[in-house]
Design a protein around this ligand. Sequence first.
Ligand code: IPM
Ligand code: MG
Length: 374
Amino acid sequence: MKKKIAVIEGDGIGPEVTQQSIRILNAIAEHFNHEFEYTYCLMGADAIDKTGNPLPDETIEVCLNSDAILFGAIGHPKYDNDPTAKVRPEQGLLKLRKSLQLYSNIRPIKTYSSLFHLSPLKAKNIEGVDFIIFRELTGGIYFGKKETAADGSQATDECTYTRQEIERIAHLAFQFAQKPERRKKLTLVDKANVLETSRLWRKIVQEIAPLYPDVAVDYMFVDNAAMQIILNPKQFDVILTENMFGDIISDEASVISGSLGLLPSASLGTGGLALFEPIHGSYPQAAGKDIANPIGSILSAAMMLEYLGLHEEGNLVREAVNWTLMNSFVTKDIDPVNFYFTSTIGELVSDFVSGKVSGSVNSQNIELRKSTII
Ligand code: IPM
Ligand code: MG
């Protein structure tokens, strides 16, 4: 199978984690006899430096002509600390999401028993956690009218949602909850006791629910959800929520897995195009040090393979990731004492995919960054 993939490495640790995913995609291509054609394009601070524009038109063009998009990370401290900056890296990502109508951001949360002892949460509370967040991605306060008074005394961000924006992602989330492997439960996270937009979300979800009689629906205010995600994460199956709440609770939920660096995401659009990215940011302090966690990006690549219809391939990547975690081959964010390098994890996952790992691994050699396999 031949597929065209647009690659946006982006800022900070984006390039180094994406390079590991490409290495693994290449191993998959070789193993299964596929051809992946990569076109690299610019976005974010990198694009501002090179072109003055956080999202050059050429990047949108390349994405539109691709089967899928693999994206690394965005953001740079020089903009974070300058609230008056007119051009910001994040504008690139937001514009890309909007231009391609990538309205549904899917963020799976699961746990790995080999990492329980490293979690700030108790093992008994996180064992078996398996839920998925459907975050609306092209509406709400992120895209509302923004204004700052000329004298700088006041600023406004408007939050608007239309029926159509809510319905399309709600249907996707309900359909997902119906899948055989799911537990047929959907939780709408909102703030309907205060916000008009949240009341519209609740009304529409209540209207749609009877179309999916096998799915149990419950409603939770976002402040309570923030607490429940830590207190009793096992209660969740599919969470549906708006843009800003989804951004916040998905970072929070990553603590359950053990690290923000482990979490992948897929953003699906109306045009049949999809973008795959780890949920973490650009982590500039780690950039270029070979210490970032590539697993969020690698699992995003696995989601991409599945989206392209390559299920066996996606499963193999996931199996390889499980194998590294089970053997405690983890990066510094997970184990600050016994950790492995970004590129070493990429090499291990890639070797597993290529069938070069038979279970016996000399971990001392890996620490020394020699040959990984006996
Ligand atoms: C995310 C990120 C982005 C967001 C930023 C980089 C604009 O935090 O994908 O979660 O807020 O959506
Ligand atoms: Mg975020």
